[in-house]
Design a protein around this ligand. Structure first.
Ligand code: AMP
Length: 401
């Protein structure tokens, strides 16, 4: 599978539709709190500006619900403002997605103009992968570019139905999309070894398939966060009221058995920060995993675990990290995640961080600049790790017969 590259297309002076991922976090006042995804889209946008294209930008934002379309809180207007300040250029903001007025705006663009459509999900045709919706989007442009890696695991209108309206030579992946796909591809196929996967977060279920795929490729697996408890319980430990998925105990055992068969080293927490309830206003204890009281829950890994994990990372040449080691949103349970971020940042390995929460930990820990690569797509990167062909990747790939 090879992506068509934007560089292969003749786009000079053309009307170019760029599907971006501007789904950025905002605070309760509607301010953008992290504009990394917007900045990541700039190389493709600037490339088109340099070629005097008439540019149409589109993205989804949040999850508008049926019956509550067009809510101001889901509008892309703050993104238009941020683009304006980053590009030092006026952005024409459309009132809707595929209204007649917006199509006319797109068709009337002058060279160098940039039009931003409203939130694609304001129209149910986006999540419905609707062909009528896609054909209206297609009528706006001569060229289709997908630069929305973070949305490419979804079979949505602008990702899957839309590129079908463009012929070979009229569609391609943007620079961000190429970078993300190539990075994961290379890491999975030809990692420098030892290759260590650090997996955390709340549940095994969300990452089960990725884990089953990864176990075949890595040399070591380090498990932290809530998902560790399903593995620990499967080993017979008392984990109190910690997060456990009882229906996945067998799957957890299967993964650990497979690790042993392949001689993949498997690391679980040896001590924990435990609390009587899910709160940061209760007294906590630092206990070995053997001593978790029945009514208490583990909310972070403990100091001995941090040392163990650091030791396990010592000789790593490639580190893939997805998922925090504890409930990092609360200060008292954030240390395991922050320590992990520092260890990975300090290592001499190629380091790949995937997932919004994990990128957030690296950001709060001040380690972002030390990581080799931070993926903009959590769900999409997990599906790549599961070995799946993403619909958005397929739609702009060269067909190999
Ligand atoms: P995920 O989306 O699956 O990567 O999970 C991220 C979430 O896992 C974060 O919001 C963490 O607060 C949460 N998490 C990490 N460790 C634990 C734990 N021990 N118990 C409950 N939730 C956890």
């Amino acid at each position: 599978m090879e992506l068509y590259s934007i560089k292969e297309l003749d786009i000079d002076n053309k009307r170019v539709f760029i599907r971006c991922d501007f789904n950025v976090p905002k605070d309760e006042f509607g301010n953008i709190t992290d504009d990394r995804r917007i900045r990541a889209a700039l190389p493709t946008i600037r490339y088109c500006m340099d070629r005097d294209c008439k540019i149409i930008l589109a993205s989804h934002f949040g999850r508008p619900k049926a019956g509550a379309w067009n809510e101001e809180k889901d509008s892309l207007k703050p993104v238009a403002k941020r683009l304006h300040s980053l590009l030092k250029k006026d952005i024409i903001m459309a009132e809707n997605v595929v209204g007649d007025d917006t199509i006319a705006l797109a068709q009337g663009l002058e060279e160098g103009d940039i039009l931003l459509l409203e939130n694609l999900r304001y129209n149910p045709g986006e999540t419905g992968n609707d062909s009528e919706f896609a054909s209206r989007l297609a009528s706006m442009a001569d060229i289709y570019i997908n630069d929305a890696f973070g949305a490419s695991h979804r079979k949505h209108g602008s990702i899957y139905a839309l590129p079908a309206y463009f012929k070979e030579g009229e569609k391609a992946a943007g620079f961000l999309m190429q970078k993300e796909v190539n990075f994961f591809d290379k890491m999975i196929k030809k990692p420098s070894r030892p290759f260590v996967a650090v997996v955390g977060g709340s549940k095994v279920s969300g990452k089960l398939q990725a884990l089953e795929n990864l176990i075949e490729k890595v040399d070591k697996v380090i498990i932290g966060g809530g998902m560790a408890f399903t593995f620990l319980k499967a080993q017979g430990y008392e984990v109190g009221t910690s997060l456990v998925e009882d229906d996945l105990l067998e799957a957890a055992t299967r993964i650990m058995v497979r690790a042993r068969e392949l001689d993949v080293k498997f690391y679980l927490p040896v001590d924990l920060v435990v609390a009587p309830e899910f709160s940061d206003e209760v007294p906590v204890k630092f206990l070995p995993i053997q001593e978790v009281p029945k009514e208490w829950m583990g909310l972070d890994v403990g100091p001995a675990t941090n040392r163990l994990f650091r030791e396990a990372l010592n000789d790593a040449q490639t580190i893939l990290w997805n998922g925090p080691m504890g409930v990092y949103e609360m200060d008292i349970y954030s240390k395991g995640s922050f320590m992990m971020s520092h260890y990975i940042a300090e290592s001499h390995a190629t380091t790949i961080v995937g997932g919004g929460d994990t990128a957030d930990v690296a950001q709060r820990a001040g380690d972002v600049d030390e990581m080799t690569f931070i993926s903009t797509g959590g769900g999409a990167s997990l599906e790549l790790l599961e070995g799946k062909l993403l619909p958005g990747v397929e739609a702009v790939s060269k067909k190999i017969s």
